[in-house]
Design a protein around this ligand. Structure first.
Ligand code: DNO
Length: 344
């Protein structure tokens, strides 16, 4: 495995050399953030970013995300134009040494938490989710830190209208159409696609979600068996549905998991939870069990500590502070080392 860290580009207040100082860190996970969703990225820009990372001793082998234009998810006639651009981006990424692209196929809204400032007794702050708070949210006025897309309230309103009548079946067909269309570019560039699961793993605001549980992966792999079609195994997303057995899934899909987002959740009821430090004992995600299954089944992908808490008074992007993610990375590296050595 290769330990990585998400870096939001030159405007990220966490500098590359801080990331390089975290023990065990091999590279960053980043993206081109100033090009509208659906447009082609400039390969020169990617090369510049790669070189900047290399100057700091870091690789840039994972892109999160190359966002998928809504017209592709909606299956509109205009999708082919956006798919062509997507293919260009895959080729450009390949030229810059990228090996894995993380993306998602959630309509309109990406990951969703209802509280960005959940206060822990010890002074740490993290993200949290409550069903009651979700019901009170206005989908036409949403934006969370870390989302790749940003829509104005008017755009959101008309997008939600376009999705009226969208079924799970239709959305799945649109995913398969997209994957079949881009696989030749992935073969050419030798880039793995790693779909991020729905977060949370169920429909929200009446919008269908189709990558939420094991059956969804089975269906996706049988529809598009190409080896470049893979998964981002996000424990915080899949784990938000108590029906998912993460340890079992980690083992079952280990050879298709090209990227693992390891994040801890602590349930306070059947549906509600807050995010916590990465340790197994800090929540309901059995980090040890997951790492063990991954290693046992030959996982050879990228890992990043996902959403941490904000600790020691650190402020900034919720979930994406330096300190707790750095502690998470070290814990996870230790866990991998122990499990790998034990299983040898
Ligand atoms: C949340 C992230 C997601 C992820 C996208 C991938 O913290 O894991 O926003 O980047 O869903 O496309």
């Amino acid at each position: 495995m290769k330990m990585t860290f998400r870096w939001y580009g030159e405007t990220d207040k966490i500098p590359l050399n801080y990331i390089a100082q975290i023990q065990g860190m091999t590279g960053v996970v980043t993206a081109v953030y100033d090009v509208p969703v659906g447009e082609a990225w400039d390969v020169e820009k990617l090369l510049k970013m790669r070189d900047m990372c290399a100057e700091n001793g870091l690789e840039m082998e994972v892109i999160e995300s190359v966002p998928v234009h809504e017209d592709i998810k909606l299956g509109l006639p205009t999708r082919d134009k956006y798919i062509e651009n997507y293919k260009k981006n895959i080729i450009a990424c390949g030229k810059a040494g990228v090996k894995c692209i993380c993306y998602n196929f959630m309509p309109v809204v990406d990951w969703l938490r209802t509280n960005l400032g959940y206060a822990h007794k010890n002074g740490a702050v993290s993200l949290a989710f409550s069903e009651e708070e979700l019901m009170a949210l206005d989908p036409k006025n949403l934006r969370l830190p870390g989302w790749d897309e940003s829509y104005s309230p008017d755009e959101l309103k008309s997008l939600l209208k376009q999705y009226e009548g969208m079924t799970h079946e239709k959305l799945f067909e649109n995913l398969v159409y997209f994957l079949n269309a881009i696989m030749p570019a992935c073969d050419e560039a030798d880039v793995n696609m790693a779909i991020h699961p729905d977060d949370p793993p169920f429909d929200v605001f009446g919008l269908p979600r189709i990558i939420s549980r094991a059956e969804d992966y089975d269906r996706m792999f049988s529809a598009v068996p190409n080896k470049h079609n893979g998964i981002t195994f996000c424990t915080g997303s899949l784990g938000a549905g108590k029906f998912n057995d993460l340890v079992e899934m980690a083992g079952k899909y280990a050879d298709r998991i090209y990227f693992a987002h390891l994040r801890q959740l602590c349930f306070t009821s059947d549906t509600d939870f807050y995010e916590n430090g990465h340790l197994t004992e800090m929540g309901n995600v059995d980090m040890y069990g997951i790492v063990k299954e991954l290693v046992k089944n030959g996982f050879d992908g990228y890992v990043r500590p996902d959403h941490g808490r904000n600790v020691w008074g650190e402020t900034g992007k919720p979930g994406y502070g330096l300190f707790d993610r750095a502690m998470g990375a070290c814990y996870l590296s230790g866990l991998f080392e122990a499990v790998e050595k034990d299983l040898k």
